[in-house]
Design a protein around this ligand. Structure first.
Ligand code: ASP
Ligand code: MG
Length: 399
């Protein structure tokens, strides 16, 4: 019997009726003869609400204590889903991240998964149970509960899929796959039928919200195939797997960071210390030279405590580091997209034609990126999407 991991995002579990519908889908998968591990996020806006409530009681909340609080969101989802499953006659067992064997580093609020010890999950699966795991959390070396950064439940799902040797990891959300751009930014975006994990990683790194970048890193390292699907209603899917033969350079999609904080540093800054401090934040770093002044860019959507970080940078580095925001980035992403310098030139001219000022522009191996002012990000994404004619270049893979 093969094992399938299914992950359900918070907006798919917000209403009681949605939770029941998710349970029914899980039950159908179980009854079709698969072993099933379900990973759940906190319902609806729970995580943001919990964070806000902490802020009402303490303006500088300690990160360890915040993790205690935030982990409760996913724990609620896991126990409720397992209760619904049992009510449907499906044997089920809810586990916290630590109970499921998710071990992390000690970086509270943004911990990385170090390993997953699957013994307890495997035992429950052997007993015929559906295992329902609270996503976004694990335990630190000292046994404290940690959380994985915003959107971290995807990473839990992929890490568990690797640990239990699942046939695939199905990630359910309110969209039916990975689109050529965020349809909220670019209305004529279309769904990709398939793309490579490397392309997906680049899209995520440059701001595509569908799948978490760390989850893709895990999938790349362990060869996990991801299916992105819609939780409720009809829809297609996108398959994300190791190199589905992207032979020639192409553009598969447009990604954007709607808000970035820039951390500009002078030539005098202690670079090593700064890099160390930012290491845990998936900083988006344009080419940095060895000695000169430069700039890191940090997407705010993944940061639980932006103000706290800005303040600790200020107190550590004083005037040599300047924290500024908001900026936005738009990127055209695809296999070897940044290899040819004409692509970056084309990107800049597409924005210029749309009347958008480009603050800076960079090439990456699989992307070209322009920084624009935050209020122009939609127009910029649309100009890229229209200019790069993604429907043509990704044609073989576009459904
Ligand atoms: N609930 C967490 C968040 O909202 C983790 C997740 O949804 O993946 O960021
Ligand atoms: Mg959530």
């Amino acid at each position: 019997m093969d094992t399938i991991v299914q992950k359900y995002g918070g907006s798919s579990l917000a209403e009681d009726s949605q939770l029941r519908a998710v349970a029914e889908r899980v039950a159908r998968t179980r009854r079709a003869g698969h072993r099933v591990v379900v990973v759940v996020s906190a319902r609806g806006d729970t995580t943001s609400e919990l964070l806000a409530s902490a802020g009402r009681f303490n303006t500088k909340p300690d990160h360890r204590e915040l993790d205690m609080l935030l982990a409760a969101g996913e724990q609620t989802s896991a126990s409720l889903l397992s209760l619904v499953l049992q009510d449907l006659g499906v044997p089920a067992c809810a586990m916290t991240g630590p109970q499921a064997g998710v071990r992390t580093c000690s970086g509270h609020l943004n911990a990385r998964i170090k390993e997953v010890e699957p013994a307890r999950m495997l035992k429950a699966l052997d007993q015929g149970k559906v295992v329902v795991v609270a996503g976004f959390q694990g335990s630190s070396p000292s046994g404290d509960i940690t959380t994985l950064g915003r959107g971290g439940s995807d990473t839990t799902a992929v890490a568990i899929a690797a640990a239990v040797k699942a046939a695939r990891c199905e990630i359910y959300s309110d969209v039916d796959g990975v689109y050529t751009a965020d349809p909220r930014l670019v209305p004529d975006a279309i769904r990709l039928r398939m793309l490579s994990l490397a392309e997906m990683k680049t899209l995520a790194h440059h701001g595509a919200g569908v799948l978490n970048e760390r989850a893709i890193d895990y999938a790349l390292a362990h060869g996990v195939t991801i299916l992105a699907r819609k939780s409720h209603g009809e829809g297609g899917q996108t398959i994300v797997r190791k190199e589905p033969g992207a032979g020639r350079s192409r553009i598969v999609g447009i990604a954007a960071h709607k808000e970035l904080i820039s951390v500009a540093f002078s030539a005098e800054t202690d670079r090593e210390q700064l890099a160390g401090m930012l290491a845990e934040y998936d900083a988006f770093a344009p080419e940095l030279s060895e000695r000169d002044a430069g700039c890191y860019l940090l997407p705010t959507e993944q940061l639980a405590d932006v103000d706290g970080l800005a303040e600790s940078l200020r107190s550590r580095f004083g005037d040599t580091v300047e924290v500024g925001y908001p900026l936005a980035s738009v990127s055209a992403v695809g296999f070897q997209a940044g290899q040819d310098s004409s692509t970056l030139a084309f990107a800049k001219s597409a924005l210029a034609e749309a009347g958008i000022e480009v603050c800076q522009a960079f090439s990456f191996p699989h992307a070209v990126t322009c920084l624009v002012s935050a209020d122009q990000v939609n127009t910029a994404a649309q100009a890229f999407h229209a200019g790069f004619r993604i429907t043509d270049s990704g044609v073989a893979d576009v459904a």
